[in-house]
Design a protein around this ligand. Sequence first.
Ligand code: NJP
Length: 239
Amino acid sequence: MAPIALVTGASSGIGAATARRLAEDGYEVVVAARRGIRCEQLAEEIGGRALRLDVTDERSVDALVEAVPRLDVLVNNAGAALGAESVEGADPEDWQRMYDLNVIGTLRVVQAMLPALRAEGGGTIVTVTSTAGSVAYEGGGGYCASKFGERALVDTLRLELSGHPVRVIDIAPGMVKTEGFALTRYRGDEAAAKRVYEGVDSPLTAEDVAECIGFACGLPLHVNVDRLVVRPLAQAAQH
Ligand code: NJP
C-alpha cells in the first residue's frame, strides 16, 4: 500500500509543487484547499485525491478525520500574508485573519490528523513556516506575528511529541516566487506584487521548497530535521 500524504494549500504555489514532489516519491497525495477545481485538476495529474478544505472553518477541518483515516505525512502549508501596512496603519482584523489562518488553522489540522498519524504507528508533520517566523521586517508586522506564532506551535509540538514516533519538521523559506503569495499580500494589485520579486535576484521557486520537503520526508524515520531555513542566495547574508 502506498504511503499517504496530505498537503494543505495545495491548489497553488509551494503546496502544489509539494504535492507533485511527494507523488513522484510514491505517496498517494491528498490535495487539499478551498479552490476545489484546482485541487481536482492537480489530483488527476498526479493520481491523487482532491479534498475541499478551509483550515479556518472548524467543520471543514473536522471532516478531514473521516476523509483521511490513515496518514503518513501531513504538510501544513496553507497560509498567507494579508496586507503590507505599517503597524501604525494596520487593520487589526487583518492581523486576526492571519492569526486564524496561519496559527489556528495549522493547530486545527494538527489536532485533527494526529490520530491518523498515530494509527500508522508514526509519521511526519511538516509545517511551512517562514523566515518571517524569526525575523521581523517593515510592513510585515501582522504576518511575522502569525508566523512567529506558528513557529512556536511547531516547536512546542516537537517537544510534546518527543518519545512518540511522530517527527515534527519546520521548513522556513525566504522569498519564494509563487502564484498567490505576493498578490494576496498586496490585495490583488498585480503591479505591486511584481515589484516584490524585482527586489531580490532569483527568488526561490515553489519547486525549490518542495525539494527540501521531499528531502526531509525521505530521510529514515529516526531522523528529524527540526528546522530547515532555505533562502535565495541573494537573501542568504541577511540576519
Ligand atoms: O502562496 P500561494 P505560497 N484553507 O498563495 C491556500 C509560506 N511562505 O505557495 O484555499 C485552506 O500560492 C491557498 O489555496 P485556496 C506562506 O506563508 C511563502 O507562497 O485554494 N487553504 C493556496 O493553495 C504559506 O504558508 C513565502 O485559496 C488555504 C495556498 O494556501 C505557504 O508558504 C515565503 C486557505 C497559498 O498558496 C504557501 O504559500 C515564506 C484556507 N483558509 C513562507 N487560505 C513566499 N511565497 O515568499 C489559503 O517565507 N489557502
